[in-house]
Write a protein that binds this ligand. Structure first.
Ligand code: PMV
Length: 362
């Protein structure tokens, strides 16, 4: 795919208006089967599967104008943010081999999120997918956004952050080659939304905040520690088997199996962290306390809920729409008091990114 995209590269800006504006809104996602470990140019060691969120989105607004040499002015929520700007600049530099027209375009780029920073919701996935979609919009200006457009956006998002490749698609998305997903590829993600039975089209996700401090170990350091990890081979086998089982659980609406696999994935991700060299711990005491309470409540009530974790201490509690009222009562009564500043973010499965605005000024 890389060669095809490189061959398609546009070297001038004749297809673009003198000036224009565009705005993409793109959601974060939470992985059910975790991507942990990579090789080559951001290629995953195993296939992953995620739920695309609805309310937790990044909004990227771009004012562009033709200018020899190109350039970037980056703001976050309207204000300069040098640490983010460096990352964006680095990404755009990398993108110039696919999008050489960027050498003739000045971008004023502002980004904002609808969710708090370090709250256990990956802003890299929402932001990088919004940015990749914006670049693809500039490349294919005036053309229809077909399946090839989204595939390419997912490929480009992947080069910014692996999990961002999945955010390009709504509801349920898979990234990484897997024998039971015919469209799957290590290069880009694909939508699996058509697999979702009607009653699973509204899975909820409540993020119970345990600690919003910045992580001690970044996900890129974590991926690196999978290289030579003594459990790496087994982990790849486990994730591959879990993916197949989870797809069956979804198709069959088997919530028991769904919860079993999702929780096994979350704890296995953290087991990899605990057993890498050097090992590290992102789980905290409250994380374990909350997990125990969820298990006890489920045992007693049979509620359709399942916890998962990202690379951090915060709990994502997924639940079926059938049990929404009861699970939210449980969260508010029992889990919220344990959360950092009693903070819980309620979200749910969403339809994916939206182009909010596209305008040209000649
Ligand atoms: O996309 P990255 O490099 O931030 O890695 C994400 C890794 C996890 O969030 C832990 C799992 C996943 O599949 O999203």
């Amino acid at each position: 795919m890389k060669e095809i995209y490189l061959a398609q590269a546009k070297h001038d800006v004749s297809h673009l208006p003198e000036k224009g504006q565009l705005s993409w809104e793109s959601p974060s996602n939470i992985a059910l089967v975790k991507y942990w470990g990579k090789h080559g140019e951001q290629l995953p060691d195993n296939a992953s599967l995620s739920i695309t969120l609805k309310e937790s989105v990044s909004i990227v607004d771009i004012n562009f104008r033709k200018q020899e040499g190109g350039g970037l002015q980056f703001t976050f929520e309207g204000k300069p943010k040098p640490e983010f700007e460096t990352r964006v600049q680095k990404y755009l530099d990398k993108m110039k081999s696919y999008f050489p027209f960027l050498n003739y375009l000045f971008l004023e780029l502002d980004s904002r999120n609808t969710f708090p920073h370090s709250a256990g919701i990956a802003s890299s996935a929402s932001f990088m997918s919004a940015l990749a979609l914006s670049l693809c919009t500039l490349e294919s200006y005036g053309r229809e956004m077909d399946a090839g457009f989204f595939k390419k956006a997912s490929f480009m998002a992947r080069l910014g952050s692996g999990s961002a490749s999945r955010s390009v698609f709504g509801a349920l998305a898979a990234w990484g080659y897997h024998p039971s997903v015919s469209e799957s590829s290590d290069d880009y993600a694909c939508s699996l939304s058509e697999l979702l039975p009607e009653r699973l089209k509204k899975i909820h996700d409540a993020v119970i905040l345990v600690n919003s401090a910045a992580k001690k170990v970044s996900s890129s350091q974590g991926h690196k520690l999978m290289e030579g990890h003594f459990l790496a081979e087994n982990r790849i086998q486990q994730a591959t088997a879990n993916m197949a089982q989870l797809l069956d659980a979804i198709k069959d609406e088997d919530w028991k199996l769904f919860a079993q696999v999702v929780e096994n994935e979350a704890l296995s991700l953290h087991a990899m962290m605990l057993s890498s060299i050097p090992g590290f711990t992102l789980l905290q005491q409250q994380t374990l306390d909350i997990i125990e309470m969820i298990r006890e409540e489920r045992e007693a009530s049979g509620l359709k809920m399942a916890f998962t974790l990202d690379a951090g201490p915060n709990i994502h509690l997924l639940y079926h729409d059938d049990d929404r009222q009861a699970v939210e009562a449980f969260i508010n009564d029992k889990l919220k008091p344990l959360a950092e500043e009693q903070r819980v973010i309620f979200d749910q499965m969403g339809p994916g990114p939206v182009l909010k605005h596209l305008k040209s000024y000649e």
